[in-house]
Design a protein around this ligand. Structure first.
Ligand code: PLP
Length: 452
């Protein structure tokens, strides 16, 4: 620490441009400044302790302060701190990492393409989709469908793809060939009395109608998170993917599964694809691949796409896309240590075992609370939607900022959550124990009672 702890907040406000932050709130309230982490716990610069109910930003899946991962990072930085993979060059550790990831893919995949963030990976996926259809001689087949409330990143193309209008407005994003359709939010969007199955059929009919209107020959791909995360924690209703996928197949539309949050165990299966029996053509991963210890993203490319790229390569020439830090050797070393720990420590099994308990116990504790409309999610991914009137599902007026108030109360109790509007989210590290989950529930209930 090179500055006075008391002044940290002041210096932060004067120097740090925070992502996804209201500048007005920051100026009013100041930042919460973390300094240390061990296991599922954090400590701020004033020594207060927190249980991290969000695994950082859905990424520190194996917990903080692990010497296996930080040791692998240190060793690789000393051995070979950087070399790249442009122009056919490579590194031993990048090769080992690519192979290790392919071995763990949910369905056979042909290649992995590396980047440094979920956003850059989804930018890569978009470019791959367009490149693929150009090589196939289908230059009109370029439109991409995403869902409202999806989150796919913050780049120019990926923020357009993301279905959160707040990320479009003042940035003048080009909408380009992106089409948005309804999200599968049963609690909020299904007409009264419509079952999950029926709602899924209605959403499939909407997709069919969109494809018919635009022309299947113009539509290249459909993007989906297995469980929608940052857009409000929305799990698919029963039968959703079973209805959607055959439509995509019928119309030669690629399925791109954004597993940036759901990959590496969060839903109690290694991949969200497996949780829903999906066979995606492209998969995006990031976050948990290094447990957040080092930036890395991964695009898994199926042979359906790869074979076209390989066959067209002589004619197409150089594949003109990539990042300096694609397959960064230190990231690759962090990923290898993470993958090993996931296998050896039964991390996915921990979520499979405790996920159902977490949801049941949370519902028992707060399911009837007057502020709680719905508790939803899967595995270690939970959303709790706060409402003004449970029976009528009436939301609070946004200007009341009930979610933010509760969030601040929880911070004061030593619990890290996240407020997506008035939906409170928990996505704890995948190594959390039953006692950790119980503590989340106890602290959350106390916070709810306090703001009620
Ligand atoms: N895709 C999903 C599903 C995400 O949740 C996120 C980030 O939260 C991203 C993509 C973007 O990842 P990044 O913030 O690393 O760019």
């Amino acid at each position: 620490m090179t500055f006075d702890i008391q002044r940290a907040g002041q210096i932060d406000r004067a120097s740090l441009f925070h992502p996804f932050t209201s500048v007005a709130d920051l100026m009013r309230d100041g930042p919460l400044v973390m300094a240390e982490g061990k296991g599922v716990r954090l400590k701020d610069i004033e020594g207060r302790s927190y249980l991290d109910g969000m695994a950082g930003l859905w990424c520190v899946n194996l917990g903080y302060g692990r010497e296996d991962i930080s040791g692998a990072i240190a060793a690789q930085s000393t051995k070979l701190s950087f070399f790249h993979t442009f122009n056919g060059l490579s590194t031993d550790v990048a090769i080992e990492c690519a192979e290790a990831l392919l071995r763990r893919a949910p369905v056979p995949m042909a290649r992995v393409f590396f980047g440094a963030s979920g956003s850059d990976a989804n930018e890569t996926q978009l470019k791959l989709i367009w490149y693929y259809n150009n090589l196939r001689g289908l230059p009109k087949k370029k439109k991409v469908i995403a869902r409202w409330n999806s989150y796919h990143g913050s780049g120019v193309a990926t923020a357009s793809l993301t279905g959160l209008p707040g990320m479009h407005g003042l940035f003048d994003l080009p909408q380009g060939p992106i089409l948005h359709i309804s999200n599968p939010h049963h609690y909020r969007k299904a007409p009264e009395g419509v079952s999950e199955r029926e709602f899924s059929r209605q959403l499939a009919a909407e997709l069919e109608a969109l494809i018919a209107r635009e022309g299947a020959e113009t539509i290249a791909a459909f993007f989906a998170e297995p469980v929608m995360g940052a857009g409000g924690l929305i799990p698919p209703p029963e039968g959703y993917f079973e209805e959607i996928v055959p439509i995509l197949r019928k119309h030669d539309i690629l399925l791109v599964l954004d597993e940036v949050v759901s990959g590496f165990g969060r839903l109690g299966t290694y991949w969200g694809s497996q949780r829903f029996g999906l066979e995606p053509d492209l998969i995006t991963a990031a976050k948990g691949v290094t447990s957040g210890y080092f930036p890395m993203s991964v695009c898994f490319v199926s042979s359906k796409v790869w074979d076209v790229i390989e066959a067209g390569s002589e004619k197409a020439g150089l594949f003109g896309h990539g990042y300096t830090y694609s397959a960064h050797p230190v990231a690759a070393a962090a990923a290898l240590a993470t993958l090993k720990a996931i296998d050896q420590e039964g991390v996915v099994e921990n979520v499979a075992r405790l996920g159902p308990y977490f949801h049941t116990a949370m519902r028992e504790a707060i399911g009837d609370h007057p502020l709680v409309g719905e508790v939803r999610g899967l595995g270690f991914m939970m959303g709790i939607e706060l409402v003004r009137d449970r029976a009528a599902k009436t939301p609070f007026a946004p200007e009341l900022r009930v979610g933010r108030k509760l969030l601040k109360d929880l911070f004061g109790r030593g619990l890290i959550s996240r407020a997506l509007g008035d939906t409170m989210v928990f996505a704890p590290p995948l190594v959390a124990t039953k006692a950790d989950l119980d503590e989340i529930i106890t602290l959350f209930k106390a916070g709810l009672d306090a703001v009620a």
